[in-house]
Design a protein around this ligand. Structure first.
Ligand SMILES: C[S@@+](CC[C@H](N)C(=O)[O-])C[C@H]1O[C@@H](n2cnc3c(N)ncnc32)[C@H](O)[C@@H]1O
Length: 273
């Protein structure tokens, strides 16, 4: 997820390196190009509208309507969380776990825009992904994305709360998730650009922030097929100890925490020997 990007105390993550005004103007113009708006009057009116949206505090990514995630361009709007740069790094850890596997079967819980599933399918054509979300809105956006990227043949989108979307008999080589991990009490301290625009359901987990990890680890071990399965999760920078404990309690005995580019604990990889 976006980790400390959520927190007003660490806004640098959130802003994702907001570009210079001239760059923003170029991107807005490109957004109009993509929509096929060529009439100069119409362009000017629409550009004014886009600037007004930015002025109101709407995130640049939503205003542009598309955002780059690794090698793919995704449609983004208020139906789902904006994919963050840390999550691009999480895909690296997933790919590392899948290296050498012939036709890996991956489960992604809480897919949002479909960013992780689509990036995996794009970079690893032999993969098949079941990608779930509780939000019908997010899944509709994910569907748009995987269809326009022509990845729908290897991604199976399903609606349901966590394990409810997975059949009893299904087994996977890898389970990944960037679940909500903000504690309810942190909601009011989030940067307004996050709190006022992105779906709350994508951000908050419950009273402690660990609730989604608890649900995921409750069944993860039994849903991995072979002896080499792995769970790869994005975590909040202060959650490493607790999520590691959940993984160990769930039967994983090889649990590693990896850092993001800012040097903060951000990813957990759990395996069993
Ligand atoms: C932090 S967002 C991550 C979205 C996307 N995977 C990404 O990395 O950009 C968490 C996602 O989990 C979904 N979610 C929240 N509660 C859920 C639940 N009970 N079952 C399944 N997904 C859930 C949200 O709708 C949201 O899309």
């Amino acid at each position: 997820m976006i980790a400390e990007s959520h927190r007003a105390s660490q806004p640098e993550h959130l802003r994702v390196g907001l570009p210079q005004p001239r760059v923003i103007e170029r991107w807005l113009c490109q957004a109009l190009d993509r929509q096929g708006v060529i009439d100069p009057h119409e362009r000017r009116a629409m550009l004014t509208d886009l600037y007004d949206r930015l002025e109101c505090g709407e995130p640049l990514q939503y205003v542009l309507g598309t955002w780059q995630f690794r090698w793919i361009e995704l449609r983004v709007d208020r139906r789902a969380l904006i994919p963050r740069p840390e999550t691009e790094l999480m895909v690296e850890w997933i790919l590392a776990e899948l290296a050498g596997r012939e036709s890996p079967r991956v489960l992604e819980l809480g897919t949002g825009t479909g960013a992780i599933a689509a990036a995996l399918a794009h970079e690893l054509p032999s993969v098949s992904v079941v990608a779930t979300d509780v939000s019908a809105d997010a899944l509709a956006l994910a569907q748009d994305n995987i269809v326009s990227l022509r990845l729908n043949r290897c991604i199976d989108l399903r609606q349901g709360s966590w394990w409810e979307a997975v059949e009893e008999h299904e087994r996977f080589d890898l389970i990944c998730s960037n679940p909500p991990y903000i504690a309810d009490t942190e909601w009011n301290s989030l940067d307004p650009m996050v709190r006022d625009w992105e779906p709350r359901r994508a951000l908050t987990a419950g009273p402690t922030g660990l609730e989604c990890y608890e649900v995921i680890f409750h069944e993860a071990r039994g849903r991995l097929g072979g002896q080499q399965g792995a769970v790869v999760l994005e975590i909040g920078s202060s959650q490493g100890f607790n999520v590691r404990r959940l993984a160990i309690d769930a039967g994983f005995d090889d649990v590693v925490i990896h850092k993001d580019l800012a040097g903060r604990d951000r990813f957990l990889v759990a395996r069993f020997r």
